[in-house]
Design a binder for this molecule. Structure first.
Ligand SMILES: [Zn+2]
Length: 433
């Protein structure tokens, strides 16, 4: 790991710039809050708990307990934007060893609407997924959309990509939607500035995100059933990341995410953010790096103490005919695979590799048969889950550093030019996973 810069606690001349102070003030106002004050009466059994099992350096082997069972960490969570992993029935998703999946608040609130999902039995029933689910706050999507109208202290106004309707999303509204959807882990609504934003913009976004985090805590109506995670923002500016982390930790969330990464800053900068941020996050809580990434990103982030990841890469690349293998991605549309009778990857135990040749899958893709993208998505998700399983085994055996140095997957990063494009779950309103 690189050196960890620990700057002194920044001074806050105005007590209200301290989010904990703001939160206490807000939560003392009964009219603004539910009966629970997050500072004084945290539920005795939190909805989400982290159990450490082993560690090697900063890498951690553990388990996150949720109301819908546990998932083992470090974990990769595939993304089901509209309440489904595109093309994969839940039984197949389970076969990949995925234990926790994502849903997108932005998409589900616009269509079919959170009240409809609730009326249909909640998101677990809706997705036919009885394991843990995480929903994001919708923040990343609204801030990355072109038809964003207005941002102010109250929230964000934007036009729906479905019907052009004007929508106002606030921290309270995001939490209400996530309470209705009913995922096990829900996320604070935060402001996500572009990676190219200057320091002043990043600073404003951090201040606002901290205030909004306090509002999200107060608005959270189901703390005994859903764990609300705080999100550290601050771009690539170490002092901002550290201040944001410290103030969020003071609010005592059941878990913490590092957001605003993999949006064009590059690998070294991304790891630099982890180096200065993760040491400030409590060891007793899960740590989630949002929207990342390539296998190399994941392995390196695990070595810095990250426990949870999500990314659209396995499913999105699968739909375009690109399959992950230990020696890099292969483009199955390539003519050289036309008569290739081998599996996508030798040794893979997924349904696609056990039953179909590269040549057959290539034909399905070329003929626009649904099965082609389905099989490659299935393989790709299993590829990621085999990676995570091997990472966990290596930590448990005290051989993670060796794994990191020698396993070919640990060096599978993005070509440098790929970092010019976002790879997060939410790169466009209509094509997310
Ligand atoms: Zn496979």
């Amino acid at each position: 790991m690189g050196a960890i810069a620990r700057s002194p606690e920044p001074a806050h001349p105005n007590p209200l710039t301290s989010c904990a102070a703001l939160l206490e003030k807000r939560c003392n106002l009964a009219s603004l809050c539910y009966s629970r004050s997050p500072l004084s009466s945290v539920p005795t059994t939190p909805a989400v708990r982290y159990e450490p099992l082993a560690a090697e350096g900063c890498a951690r082997l553990g388990r996150v307990q949720t109301p819908h069972g546990h998932f083992d960490t470090p974990a990769f969570m595939p993304v089901g934007t509209n309440g489904t992993l595109k093309g994969l029935v839940p039984q197949l998703v389970k076969q990949t060893s995925s234990q926790c999946v994502l849903g997108n608040t932005y998409h589900l609130m616009l269509r079919p609407g959170e009240k409809t999902v609730k009326a249909l039995g909640g998101l677990h029933k809706f997705m036919s997924w009885d394991g843990p689910i995480l929903t994001d706050s919708g923040g990343f999507q609204v801030f990355s959309l072109a038809n964003l109208n207005h941002i102010d202290e109250q929230g964000v106004t934007f036009k729906s990509h479905i019907d052009g309707k004007t929508i106002h999303l606030t921290p309270e509204r995001s939490i209400q939607v996530q309470n209705d959807l009913g995922a096990d882990i829900i996320m604070c609504f935060d402001q996500c500035p572009p990676s190219t934003a200057d320091r002043a913009v990043q600073e404003l976004a951090v201040d606002r995100s901290l205030r909004w985090a306090g509002q999200c805590l107060c608005a959270h109506a189901r703390p005994g059933e859903q764990g609300l995670f705080g999100i550290v923002q601050g771009g690539t500016i170490p002092e901002l990341r550290q201040r944001c982390a410290r103030e969020l930790v003071a609010m005592d969330f059941p878990g913490y995410a590092v957001g605003g990464l993999a949006v064009g800053e590059g690998f070294e900068a991304m790891m630099g953010v982890l180096d200065v941020t993760v040491p400030l996050l409590p060891a007793s809580k899960p740590r989630y790096m949002m929207g990342v990434g390539y296998p190399k990103d994941i392995v390196e982030a695990v070595s810095r103490g990250i426990d949870m990841f999500d990314c659209v890469l396995p499913t999105r690349n699968g739909r375009t005919g690109n399959a992950f293998t230990s020696s890099g991605q292969i483009r199955l549309k390539n003519a050289k695979f036309a008569e290739d009778c081998g599996p996508i990857e030798e040794g893979c135990d997924c349904h696609a590799c056990l039953n179909f040749s590269r040549g057959a899958i290539r034909h399905f893709v070329m003929a626009n048969e649904m099965l082609g993208p389905i099989l490659i998505s299935l393989h790709n998700v299993r590829f990621y889950q085999r990676l995570m399983s091997d990472v966990r085994s290596a930590i448990g055996l005290g051989r993670f550093d060796e794994f990191r140095q020698t396993d070919p997957r640990a060096s599978l990063g993005a070509p440098a030019e790929h970092y010019a494009e976002p790879i997060q779950t939410n790169d466009s309103p209509t094509s997310n996973d």
